[in-house]
Write a protein that binds this ligand. Structure first.
Ligand SMILES: [Zn+2]
Length: 408
């Protein structure tokens, strides 16, 4: 019971930032003396600090303000994409303490190479956080079907991975005292937007993001939808066009083949392998009135609407967040998307769904991976501190001891 209450208080402070003891009392329904004792134990564990406001507002004693201590406990988050890897050190409370992005080249096809370079990048980041800060977790989002227990990547079509022990490859390069979590990128993107982004007050939502691949994550009644093995939410592989193109997953006509980056480039008469720069060029050309670009955007917008309509019908979400290039396509053809969703979605459901862009922009997956890494600490704060994370200043990994230039 006490463990649960300590966890509740720390999560409140982590998600909402500085809150008064009075607010904690009203939000948790616990007594003032219980909150005081719980906060005292978190202060002793160096996870939160308490400030006494120096100015009295209104009558009565001012309530102590409890705030997270990002300089005391932090996580390392990473987002692995087809072309980019982004890493960040994120303090308790959500502040980004340090970050770095690097390009992923041909080595993307070799899980061991990706793990090696990522471990070096994480080690380098760990050297940049404030002195005295302790790493309490590492979280990584990858574009694939991931076994959550050990980060084994069953399938990552756009990296060319199948049956890749990515979690193990990364774990052997990191300090075993720091818990490592690897998860699907769409799932962690959904977590970030749910906790800190567009879906903060929302109970049911879908996060849909598309670059080369199209992934997503689903929150139902306040909880992530995992499915029987944790593989739920692969919205990019809903078959929408049986007469469509082969998908890298082995199927035909998946949503990804109709709304992914390559689909837009092809529909706009560009080379399908042009990447993010080519995609931005198509959106700019469409905005400037170029017919082929506009037709391409319209075609993709139509298929995007079909996909969204199916999600609306099956999941009845309050919110669908369109991340990555899908957000750009939505902005470029919003009327078209809304018109076609209205055509294909059930009348009672669609008016209750909002379509929005991610509040966290391109960082949803990175920050969601960081949130995942906080799970251990937030689930049992005092237990996690007792069993011990690396001492302040300890190197996160052997790679961290050679703090040379950034890899890549
Ligand atoms: Zn597919």
């Amino acid at each position: 019971m006490r463990r649960h209450n300590v966890a509740t208080v720390l999560r409140q402070v982590h998600v909402h930032g500085a809150v008064s003891r009075a607010e904690l009392t009203s939000v948790t329904g616990l007594s003032r003396s219980t909150i005081m004792a719980l906060v005292a134990s978190l202060v002793q564990a160096r996870l939160v600090a308490e400030d006494v406001p120096d100015r009295r507002t209104g009558a009565g004693r001012p309530s102590h303000v409890v705030r997270p201590r990002p300089e005391s406990a932090y996580v390392l988050g990473a987002s692995v994409d087809v072309a980019w890897v982004r890493v960040a050190a994120v303090g308790l409370g959500g502040a980004v303490l340090a970050r770095h992005d690097y390009r992923l080249g041909e080595e993307r096809a070799r899980p061991a190479s990706v793990a090696g370079r990522l471990a070096r990048a994480l080690g380098r980041l760990a050297a940049e956080v404030p002195d005295g800060a302790r790493a309490v977790g590492v979280g990584v989002g990858v574009p694939g079907v991931v076994r959550r227990a050990d980060g084994h990547v069953e399938l990552a079509p756009n990296l060319g991975w199948r049956d890749a022990p990515f979690g193990a490859l990364l774990a052997e390069r990191l300090d075993p005292a720091v818990p490592l979590r690897v998860a699907n990128d769409g799932d962690v993107g959904a977590v970030a937007e749910h906790v800190r982004g567009a879906g903060r007050e929302v109970r049911s939502m879908v996060y849909l993001a598309g670059g080369v691949g199209v992934g997503g994550g689903v929150v139902v009644d306040g909880a992530m939808l995992h499915g029987t093995a944790g593989y739920a939410g692969e919205v990019g592989h809903m078959v929408v066009n049986p007469d469509g193109r082969p998908c890298r997953c082995g199927s035909v006509g998946c949503l990804e083949t109709e709304i992914g980056e390559e689909a837009l480039l092809r529909a706009a008469g560009r080379r399908p392998d042009g990447g993010g720069e080519a995609l931005a060029e198509v959106l700019a050309a469409a905005a400037a009135g170029e017919t082929r670009a506009r037709d391409g955007v319209a075609r993709v917008a139509h298929w995007l609407a079909r996909g969204v309509a199916t999600l609306v019908n099956v999941l009845n979400p309050e919110l669908v967040v369109l991340g990555g290039p899908l957000g750009g396509i939505f902005l470029a053809a919003e009327d078209l998307v809304r018109r076609d969703v209205a055509r294909f979605a059930l009348d009672p459901s669609w008016p209750r769904t909002r379509l929005e862009l991610p509040v966290l922009g391109g960082d949803s997956v990175l920050l969601g991976a960081a949130e995942l890494a906080f799970d251990g600490l937030l689930g049992d704060p005092l237990g996690a501190v007792r069993t011990g994370f690396p001492a302040p200043g300890a190197a996160l990994s052997s790679a961290a001891t050679s703090a040379g230039p950034w890899p890549g």
